[in-house]
Design a protein around this ligand. Structure first.
Ligand SMILES: NC(=O)c1ccc[n+]([C@@H]2O[C@H](COP(=O)([O-])OP(=O)(O)OC[C@H]3O[C@@H](n4cnc5c(N)ncnc54)[C@H](O)[C@@H]3O)[C@@H](O)[C@H]2O)c1
Length: 334
């Protein structure tokens, strides 16, 4: 489907579910971006879930979002249980403004929802020559190291920096072996998941996506990944006023109320300490890329490089829509 056609359909759907046009456009842009970067687990596969949550009032279609100025650098946003895309869009723009004015922007968000890909917001800051760090928590999926029960989300950690070239450095990674969205997509399509990423509810390793969703996802690097997940829960939940310690509701199967997810956006000027930051990072990347490579590796890539390439290539083509998603679009649009 052509991007413009998809955009028109998505805006119409979100407006039908009660979002105002500007908010509908923000949601549509974020979902289309996810498809274009190949993150299908965070794109159209979630549209029905967002609409169901709006319909069941677990997402507030008409939020009164409040931005409290704590200092010229620091802002606190109460998103009033808006859809996460809208809260995050406002927050990153505020963090960019604060950093442009003062050198650094720190924006905390509470009462938000699932906002998709952290990297999408990081790219906006990097385009303005800012370094950024972004955190969000998510519903229980990963057991803290030593615990029998999931409590941490797949809590992504995101760091972005300008590179002195068009291609930004965006490290945007879940703290779980694979992101939960990929397991959900596999479950929906009756596909297997890789070995070593999840345990079933009895604690046995599984490659069955449905059993993995009922069980526990494994963190990256054992207790280290568990520690990183905990850090994200503190920064995006405890610090901001969002839910934390396993209280974020699962967006797909708990409609009993809003998620009250928290996010934290940190942005700062890349040339704060060294005026020639862009040249320095260019040199840094060049040195690393010139290292001898192991067999089978053509190029040492930096985080975000492949995604940038995928986005450019996919932007030239029509967007591929699966039969399941076509069905969702038809039902939601009727
Ligand atoms: N909102 C939420 O609650 C939530 C939760 C979890 C994940 N997510 C999002 O899901 C997305 C996917 O997460 P993921 O963990 O599956 O990411 P991933 O495993 O696809 O990639 C992780 C990072 O590794 C980098 N990378 C990949 N291959 C590389 C290579 N060959 N060389 C160098 N770097 C490489 C990527 O650029 C990326 O920065 C992220 O955008 C994340 O923000 C969102």
């Amino acid at each position: 489907m052509r991007k413009n056609n998809l955009e028109a359909i998505l805006i119409k759907i979100f407006e039908k579910f009660g979002l105002k046009r500007s908010h509908s456009k923000i949601c549509s842009d974020a979902l289309i971006n996810a498809e274009l970067v190949g993150a299908h687990s965070h794109g159209l596969s979630r549209l029905k879930m967002y609409c169901d949550r709006i319909e069941k009032k677990a997402i507030n279609a008409k939020p009164k979002i409040k931005i409290k100025k704590i200092s010229p650098s620091i802002s606190h946003i109460d998103a009033d249980n808006s859809i996460g895309f809208v809260a995050a869009d406002i927050a990153i723009k505020k963090a960019i403004d604060n950093a442009k004015k003062t050198g650094i922007g720190l924006v905390a968000v509470k009462n938000s929802g699932h906002y998709g890909l952290s990297g999408y917001y990081a790219e906006q800051a990097v385009k303005k020559n800012l370094i950024t760090m972004i955190y969000t928590n998510a519903p229980p999926a990963v057991a803290p190291h030593g615990a029998l029960k999931s409590l941490f989300g797949t809590n992504p950690i995101c760091f972005g920096t300008p590179t002195g070239s068009k291609v930004p450095f965006i490290l945007d990674t879940s703290i779980s072996m694979i992101n939960r969205g990929k397991i959900r997509v596999a479950a929906r399509n009756n596909q297997k998941i890789p070995k070593g990423v999840a345990l079933d509810k009895f604690g046995n390793p599984t490659i069955d996506a449905k059993k993995a969703l009922e069980g526990v996802q494994l963190p990256i690097a054992g207790f280290r990944g568990s520690g990183l997940a905990w850090m994200v829960d503190i920064l995006s939940g405890v610090l901001t006023g969002g839910n934390h310690a396993g209280k974020v509701k699962d967006p797909f199967n708990d409609f009993s109320g809003p998620q009250n997810i928290g996010h934290l956006f940190i942005t700062f000027k890349a040339n704060l300490f060294q005026k020639n930051y862009n040249q320095r990072i260019k040199d840094n990347i060049k040195t690393i890329k010139k290292l001898p490579k192991i067999k089978g590796v053509k190029e040492i890539m930096y985080p975000g490089q492949s995604k940038f390439k995928r986005f450019k290539e996919n932007s030239k083509k029509e967007i591929n829509i699966s039969e399941i998603i076509k069905n969702d679009l038809e039902i939601l649009n009727s």
